[in-house]
Write a protein that binds this ligand. Structure first.
Ligand code: AMP
Length: 285
């Protein structure tokens, strides 16, 4: 009998909803009741384990769970020797060093001998040690941004996405220590991922890849095909289907989501009509 494969996912906080969204887009069917700590997946042979985002790496490192979803920052902070098997594209943020607006400090070297408050003591400590800058770490669990105001610290290191919290607290970023996003982690293994792990990785990667693409369908006169193909080459080549009337063709292709709104006017100009832009659920290339 083989052990049940578990996937540890955040049970609350910022990563909870986007993780649930990804699992559902990947087609995993499960029911989570309010306080459940785990849930079987109906259509794939795995069990979800709902834990705090900061405990995910521990669960995977201990072998309780074969896979886990958490923030890259939390992986680095845990110190666990795990591998990132997929970047999931949400929960993006930066671990940033910041000083009060009034401070004249411009670069990191000027933090020598200063007090740096952070909830990310390991990553921050390792970062400054590597830079050869001697700082005194003030480990805090939360409300790090107020530390300079309270004269508990001269600078802080904290996670930032839009930067508005730092701004509101009168802080100015001076360096980025780490670019983070949600990641799928597994233990390192000389034999690679098991078939069960690989199946889950493929499902999640297919959903992540699909989010970056759009399916574009349009009609066009046969003569416009070459010009349109130059605008949207597709993953390999566009599909071209003759329409029943008018000597026109239907063209189907896949376009980078970030480029869609630049591409559409060019397609129209090249002769395309009835252009549809559709989301893709899974994409395996
Ligand atoms: P939680 O504390 O459970 O809400 O989750 C925090 C995790 O969400 C962090 O460790 C990051 O991986 C991620 N995250 C994304 N954006 C931010 C942000 N602006 N501030 C804090 N955490 C963020």
């Amino acid at each position: 009998m083989t052990a049940l494969l578990r996937l540890a996912v955040p049970n609350k906080g910022r990563l909870q909803d986007p993780t649930a969204g990804l699992l559902s887009q990947a087609g995993l069917i499960y029911e989570r009741t309010e306080r459940s700590l785990s849930a079987p997946v109906a259509n794939v042979d795995i069990e979800l384990l709902f834990v705090r985002a900061e405990d995910v790496c521990e669960m995977v490192a201990d072998g309780v769970s074969a896979l886990g979803i958490t923030g890259l920052d939390l992986l680095e902070e845990s110190g666990a020797d795990l591998q990132v098997v997929a970047e999931l594209g949400f929960g993006t943020c930066r671990l940033t060093a910041a000083v009060p607006n009034a401070s004249l400090m411009q670069d990191l070297g000027e933090l020598e001998g200063m007090r740096v408050a952070t909830a990310h003591a390991r990553v921050t400590g390792e970062f400054f040690a590597k830079q050869g800058i001697d700082v005194t770490l003030i480990p805090l669990r939360g409300s790090v941004e107020v530390a300079p105001k309270l004269d508990v610290a001269d600078a802080i290191v904290d996670l930032v996405s839009s930067g508005s919290t730092m701004m509101v607290n009168g802080l100015r970023p001076i360096a980025t220590l780490l670019e983070s996003q949600a990641v799928l982690v597994a233990r390192r293994s000389d034999t690679g991922l098991t078939d069960g792990q690989q199946q889950v990785v493929t499902m999640l990667q297919a959903a992540v890849a699909a989010r970056r693409k759009r399916y574009v369908v349009m009609n066009a006169p046969q003569e416009a095909l070459r010009a349109i193909e130059e605008i949207i080459p597709g993953i390999e080549a566009p599909s071209v289907v003759p329409l029943a009337h008018n000597g026109k063709v239907a063209i189907h292709s896949v376009v980078d989501a970030k480029d869609v709104w630049q591409v559409l006017p060019r397609l129209k100009e090249a002769g395309a009509t009835g252009i549809l832009v559709l989301p893709i659920e899974s994409l395996i290339v």
